[in-house]
Design a protein around this ligand. Structure first.
Ligand SMILES: Cc1cc2nc3c(=O)[nH]c(=O)nc-3n(C[C@H](O)[C@H](O)[C@H](O)COP(=O)(O)O)c2cc1C
Ligand SMILES: [Mn+2]
Length: 495
């Protein structure tokens, strides 16, 4: 496993496989960076690295789409794979399994180092000026310029027992204030509530442009009490390198491009949002007063690079950076419940709304349950798993003849195997993440059915010798015939 320890090492590796596009032409932070980046996701073109930005000091840069997908054959997931130390050719399922496997290993605490490149430049107190950085106004309609879209919010409980690392967006207010979206059910919200109880503003460090694996664990629904940086240590089998912050009692990644330190107020608010968001829309009604972060220090590398995720219609970092780690946690939780689960996936094209569990084909013989009972059980485990449940509204349960990372196969399995009348199992009043499309007026009030499992299982519906055989190349013809055809493909005249 190749552990890349800085955003810069990551960019070098991306460049080797043609996954970064260096853009020298001058661009405007005001909507142009967002539009170029957005188009790059849609074409699955290389990640844009902007190095000349209107009104911004030479040297300061923006890397967008750090976790976007690639159009290059065999390299679809290469940005995510390299970030997580896997070969560029790793498949989505390999990435999910690698993250899930690490959940059974002992967390590894960080190594504290004296200093690091994140301290190249230090701005303290009255010298703090966030307007120096190339923070984009991303979408046409955003309520402000978002500086934190792909970084780590590091906060610790007042008793020091739990440090949490998570991605939650932050918007510029002015040279030394940010407005922070901190949903109460997210760990940052839980920790903030404890500081409020203690009667003190919450100390926080926001590390932007961190080593490339960190955002993936920042988007992972690890349980309350878990330190995401220790989990990444376990994933790589070695500690992360952290340095002490200047003005808050927190540790930050030594190689971070930019570190913002300060205190989140419990009383000061600023109108935050709207912003184009992960469900794929810009919900124009979604601005609201949110807590203000008062900045006490900013440290940054020479020629700092700000990473930017342009949230919106799939596929962008919410769907890769949140979706893949979410699927990994689902796999871990179902394995821990000793259910015969082969794979989990968040359908990227569904913008984190449709999740799929593939179970071993002999599940019926092994569990003795009916498909409805078994699908219900899977729903209970996933929706009973706290943080994990929060982000999963629709869950499809299929057998493992389906390649669940292939949306074509998922749509086919769903439409051909889920019975219109019998297959839905509803779960009521479970906590749910923000889904603007569903938040119609009546639902804001009732929050009735918030989760559904679609039972697409076949094993108990047909006798063993009558199981329908998928009439596709992989399942219908013998391995010998498949090989014969593959060996002769060119001889038939195909290229
Ligand atoms: C690119 C990206 C952007 C995200 N933006 C937000 C956000 O603005 N607010 C939020 O609460 N969660 C956001 N998330 C999801 C959280 O990171 C995710 O729910 C994570 O589990 C939260 O950390 P926690 O479990 O420690 O609370 C984002 C995730 C990604 C990958
Ligand atoms: Mn957490």
């Amino acid at each position: 496993m190749k552990h890349l320890r800085s955003l810069r090492e990551f960019i070098v590796e991306l460049d080797k496989i043609g996954e970064v596009q260096s853009i020298e032409k001058k661009v405007d932070w005001n909507l142009e960076i967002g539009a170029v980046s957005r188009r790059s996701y849609e074409l699955r073109a290389p990640a844009p690295l902007f190095s000349s930005i209107t009104g911004i000091d030479k040297g300061l840069r923006v890397l967008a789409a750090p976790g976007g997908l690639s159009a290059q054959p065999g390299l679809t997931f290469s940005r995510i794979a390299l970030a997580l130390g896997l070969p560029a050719t790793a498949r989505g399922a390999d990435i999910v399994t690698a993250l899930a496997d690490a959940r059974t290993r002992q967390p590894i605490p960080p190594k504290i180092v004296e200093t690091g490149p994140c301290k190249d430049n230090v701005m303290l107190g009255a010298d703090v000026d966030l307007l120096k950085f190339p923070t984009p106004l991303i979408h046409d309609g955003d309520g402000g310029r978002y500086i934190q879209t792909w970084g780590m919010n590091i906060a610790r409980t007042p008793d020091g027992s739990w440090t949490n690392w998570s991605i939650n967006r932050m918007m510029l207010v002015d040279r030394n204030r940010l407005a922070c979206l901190i949903p109460p059910l997210q760990h940052l919200g839980i920790i903030k509530a404890r500081w409020e109880q203690a009667g003190t503003p919450m100390p926080i460090a926001v590390a932007l442009g961190v080593e490339p694996g960190l955002p993936y664990v920042g988007g992972m629904p690890l349980p309350e009490g878990a330190d995401e940086s220790h989990f990444l240590g376990a994933y790589f089998g070695e500690p992360l390198e952290l340095v002490r912050a200047e003005t808050v009692d927190l540790l930050v990644p030594a190689t971070a491009e930019i570190v913002i330190e300060g205190y989140v107020s419990h009383t000061d608010t600023f109108e935050e949002g709207p912003m184009g968001e992960y469900p794929g829309y810009l919900d124009r009604a979604s601005s609201a007063p949110q807590p203000v972060l008062h900045v006490t220090a900013v440290t940054y590398r020479d020629d700092a690079i700000l990473p930017v995720a342009v949230a919106g219609a799939p596929v962008e970092e919410d769907h890769t950076g949140w979706g893949l780690p979410h699927a990994a946690e689902m796999l871990h939780v179902l394995r821990s419940a000793e259910l015969p689960v082969a794979a989990c996936w968040g359908v990227l094209e569904s913008a984190c709304h449709l999740w799929v569990v593939a179970v071993d084909r002999d599940w019926h013989a092994r569990t003795g349950l009916s498909s409805r009972e078994f699908a219900q059980r899977i729903g209970e485990v996933v929706f009973g798993a706290g943080k994990l449940a929060f982000g999963v509204p629709k869950l499809l349960v299929v057998e493992n003849d389906i390649d669940i990372s292939d949306p074509l196969q998922v749509i086919w399995a769903f439409t051909s195997r889920a019975h219109p009348e019998h297959s839905e199992i509803h779960f009521d009043n479970e906590p749910q993440n923000i889904l603007p499309i569903y938040l119609e007026a009546y639902e804001r009030l009732s929050y009735h059915s918030t989760k559904v499992v679609y039972n697409c299982l076949l094993a108990d519906r047909f006798a063993a010798d009558e199981q329908p055989v998928p009439a596709d190349f992989a399942h219908n013809w013998t391995p010998q015939m498949q090989q014969h055809v593959l060996d002769n493909w060119r001889a038939y005249g195909y290229r």
